[in-house]
Design a protein around this ligand. Structure first.
Ligand code: M6P
Ligand code: ZN
Length: 184
């Protein structure tokens, strides 16, 4: 019997995935309409500017019960007006599914919001580990001046509900005040 070679690699220092079946998606400024408070500032930025990049590994089809998905997200440093670059943020389409995030590089903040719109925030710093409970929306923000990368692991049937956040937003935002991140 042969010991097989791994077909998938995770770089522990950069968080990058490599292998045959890695998917990629990007979010450019053009894709983030309605996400930031200052729409005029967003519209004034180069629309092809990269805000964040995601790599993912889906070993089973999306929606399959019982599997796990794995990925990373790199948010580039930048601001729309005074609001830091961040992910769209989402609840899970199957709301009772949780998720793990862990910070690999850079300085970030994880925003959580429950169904009652109660929002709280956690610092993300290399090595920090974050559990997102079911029914809690999550969004990540790069508050540093270098790329911020975090890993993620979530159930293959969780799905993404972006609509709720797009229409109702989070009840708090991360902006720069006197050169420092502030939750407003
Ligand atoms: C993490 C995971 C992904 C998610 C990505 C970007 O890698 O939670 O499921 O797609 O972050 O976040 P969003 O989908 O909110 O833009
Ligand atoms: Zn999620």
């Amino acid at each position: 019997m042969n010991i097989l070679k791994p077909e998938l690699f995770f770089n522990n220092s950069t968080g990058q995935l490599s292998g045959n079946s890695i998917g990629e998606k990007t979010a450019r400024i053009a894709d983030l309409k309605g996400i930031f408070a200052d729409e005029a500032a967003r519209a004034a930025l180069p629309q092809d500017m990269l805000a964040y990049h995601v790599q993912y590994y889906f070993p089973v089809a999306e929606g399959t019960e019982g599997g796990l998905f794995f990925g990373n997200t790199t948010i580039y440093p930048g601001k729309v007006g005074d609001e830091y670059f961040m992910t769209k943020g989402h609840f899970h389409a199957k709301g009772d599914r949780g998720e793990y995030y862990w910070c690999i590089q850079g300085q970030g903040v994880l925003l959580y919001m429950d169904r009652d719109r109660k929002t709280w925030a956690k610092e993300m710093t290399p090595g920090s580990l974050h559990y997102m409970p079911a029914h809690v929306a999550h969004r990540t923000v790069n508050v540093g001046n270098a790329p911020m990368t975090f890993g993620a692991c979530w159930p293959s049937d969780a799905g993404h509900d972006y609509g709720t956040i797009l229409h109702e937003g989070f009840s708090a935002r991360l902006v720069e005040r006197n050169g420092k991140p502030a939750l407003v």
